[in-house]
Design a protein around this ligand. Structure first.
Ligand SMILES: NC(=O)CC[C@H](N)C(=O)O
Length: 331
């Protein structure tokens, strides 16, 4: 019998490593408690699909991920992916910012080996905990050759999503993740069923490389709403932000007073990325606002938090707004 593929599980915390006081606690519990060795030891079925080793990278709730965490995790994933004895990598992660980490790795780790993020919505101590099956599925995806070359994946609730499109759309159900263009496939009993492939540039076709990125520039997000004030925009400007993502209403529309503040920012060299707070759809250049005239960038179909990730990565290579826009179309 051929040796099983070697999958490394990098643990970062989240609910999949969470623990509650009683089995009835599906929502009230502490995240990031259970160490990776214990997670893996509790799932002997993993040996059916892979030779698994675990590494505790962080033990945090994912809302507390910083740029430093992204860089450290990315560097570790990149180093492991270069090892001949590693066939796939699973990252256990809190679900709150999993979509941001997945997109960051999708943009910056140059490998065709499967990289799969996974989490859970209920702690392992809860009735109908979802972490064990999610982890089993993620390891089996990472162990399979057919998952390679598809970019960084998120496997949750039997679905396999591209890390680019996926976002958390429900915060209290196990079917928490959705991609507006659909999942890439499904994983059932350790077998993958594929239905589509990503068309945007990622991993091996990316012009970005985590091995060359030593720091990420400050990029923040302001939220659009009725009666919006411009205090936040001006505060971020004073704080030295390099780009500001505007999570606009509708088709990325911007309140008149915010338009003036954002134009002033751009005049000082800060990039303005026009996105939308609407969960689905995409922003069309020069619709709602004259982006060519203001020299703004549109976020295409990226949610504001994903636009922030791409802007940070892009700004490590260019400060040209036309280049930024090209990158937003391509990735
Ligand atoms: N379901 C979860 O993983 C949420 C737990 C926590 N807020 C986190 O993102 O890490």
């Amino acid at each position: 019998q051929a040796a099983k593929p070697h999958v490394v599980v990098l643990a970062t915390g989240g609910t999949i490593a969470g623990a509650g006081a009683s089995a009835a606690n599906s929502a009230t519990y502490a995240a990031a408690k259970v160490p990776v060795d214990k997670l893996l030891a509790g799932l002997p079925e993993l040996s059916n699909v892979a030779k698994v080793s675990g590494e505790q990278v962080f033990q945090i709730a994912s809302e507390s991920f910083t740029n430093d965490h992204l860089l450290k995790l990315g560097q570790r994933v990149s180093a492991l992916a270069k090892q001949a004895d590693v066939d796939g990598i699973v990252i256990t992660h809190g679900t709150d910012t999993m979509e941001e980490t997945a997109y960051f790795l999708n943009l910056t780790v140059r490998t065709a080996k499967p990289i799969v993020l996974v989490g859970s919505m209920r702690p392992g101590t809860a009735l109908s905990a979802d972490g064990a099956l999610n982890l089993y599925s993620a390891v089996s995806v990472a162990a399979s050759k057919d998952a390679g070359g598809k970019g960084v994946l998120v496997s949750m609730n039997d679905e396999i999503h591209t890390g680019r499109d996926v976002h958390k759309h429900v915060n209290i159900k196990t079917e928490a993740f959705k991609s507006q263009w659909g999942p890439l496939g499904m994983v059932v009993e350790g077998k993958n069923y594929w239905f589509r492939a990503p068309v945007k540039r990622h991993t091996l076709q990316s012009e970005f490389n985590i091995d060359d990125i030593k720091a990420l520039p400050a990029v923040d997000i302001v939220y659009g709403y009725g009666n919006m004030n411009t205090t936040g925009i001006e505060a971020y400007h004073r704080a030295g932000v390099k780009a500001l993502v505007h999570a606009g209403t509708g088709n990325g529309s911007v309140a008149a007073q915010a338009v003036e503040s954002l134009k002033a920012l751009r005049a000082k060299g800060v990039h303005v990325i026009r996105s939308s707070r609407v969960p689905d759809g995409f922003v069309i250049r020069n619709a709602e606002q004259p982006d060519d005239q203001y020299d703004w960038v549109v976020a295409h179909d990226l949610r504001p938090q994903k636009a922030r990730i791409l802007a940070m990565v892009a700004l490590t290579k260019t400060n040209d707004s036309k280049e930024l826009q090209r990158i937003f179309w391509e990735y």
